[in-house]
Design a protein around this ligand. Structure first.
Ligand SMILES: [Fe+2]
Length: 275
């Protein structure tokens, strides 16, 4: 199973820039990379912040960009999204009985579970009792699961960033559910922090992915402000087979030199500099 994980594309109304760059061009380049090098992907999963301001025109642009792709695309919402505008633009998008963008599908004996961790007018994550109940039902009758979501459900040791993690009130129930199903949840995947971070939480491995726009700089002292920078973007390719997960970081905008070397090289002698 090969999954392309893209996040935080922050699309605007076409023509508007965001953070000094054109998010549409960046997203197009990411999709072009998928089209050219990952035709064998099984899913493209975009874990929220599909738009920056949540306007209908931004969602229309997203819809227009999702063409000629090698596999189905799964869309999640983030704190910058407007759930109503998203669902209006994508009326066929699955939703749970409470109209959250929570849904799941089975692929290669693994249940891919897509979570809606957003709340109205807050950048922090929310996943209250009604959503926990839905997730519990999804986990009950599967043997393997992989959770995709926008927000990190754990704190990461960065005080400012942690203010917009899953809210403290919702963390214990989520953690309890993870511990209860630790044997069947293979991985947690999220975006939101615009940086790569990996570890384990409640005994389950997790990994985040960069934004296709600007990146954030980890800061372990700052308590208020998030610091971003126009560093190279990337997305992730997740290869899953026979109990092994490999996550590749794909720097899709790199257009500088590429050096080649091979397995047959013999370079033990240090070259003598030409005089
Ligand atoms: Fe974001």
């Amino acid at each position: 199973m090969k999954l392309v994980h893209i996040s935080d594309i922050h699309l605007t109304c076409p023509g508007e820039r965001m953070g000094g760059l054109d998010p549409h061009r960046r997203f197009t380049r990411a999709l072009d990379e998928v089209r050219s090098k990952h035709q064998d992907a099984d899913r493209i999963i975009i874990t929220g912040d599909l738009t920056h301001w949540g306007e209908p025109d931004a969602y229309a642009a997203l819809k227009g960009a999702l063409v000629d792709l090698p596999c189905p695309v799964r869309l999640l919402v983030g704190n910058h999204d407007d759930r109503a505008n998203f669902q209006a633009a994508f009326p066929d998008q699955p939703r749970d009985e409470n109209c959250y963008v929570n849904y799941a599908e089975d692929l290669d004996s693994t249940r891919l579970i897509y979570l809606d961790t957003t709340g109205p007018h807050t950048h922090a994550g929310h996943f209250g009792a009604d959503r926990i109940q839905w997730l519990e039902a999804q986990l009950q009758d599967c043997t393997h699961a992989r959770l995709f979501m926008h927000h990190n459900v754990m704190t990461l040791g960065q005080p400012a960033e942690d203010k917009i993690a899953l809210v403290e009130a919702d963390r214990p129930a989520f953690a309890d559910l993870l511990r209860k199903h630790v044997d069947k949840i293979d991985y947690l995947h999220f975006g939101h922090i615009h940086a790569i971070c990996s570890g384990t939480y409640c005994g389950i491995p997790f990994a985040s992915v960069r934004s296709t726009g600007n990146q954030s700089l980890p800061d372990f002292a700052e308590t208020e402000l998030l610091h971003g920078a126009p560093m190279e973007p990337s997305f992730a390719v997740i290869d899953v087979s026979e109990g092994t997960t490999v996550i590749h970081d794909i720097p899709f905008t790199w257009d500088g030199p590429v050096f080649s070397s091979g397995t047959g090289w013999d370079d033990w002698a240090k070259p003598v500099a030409a005089e």
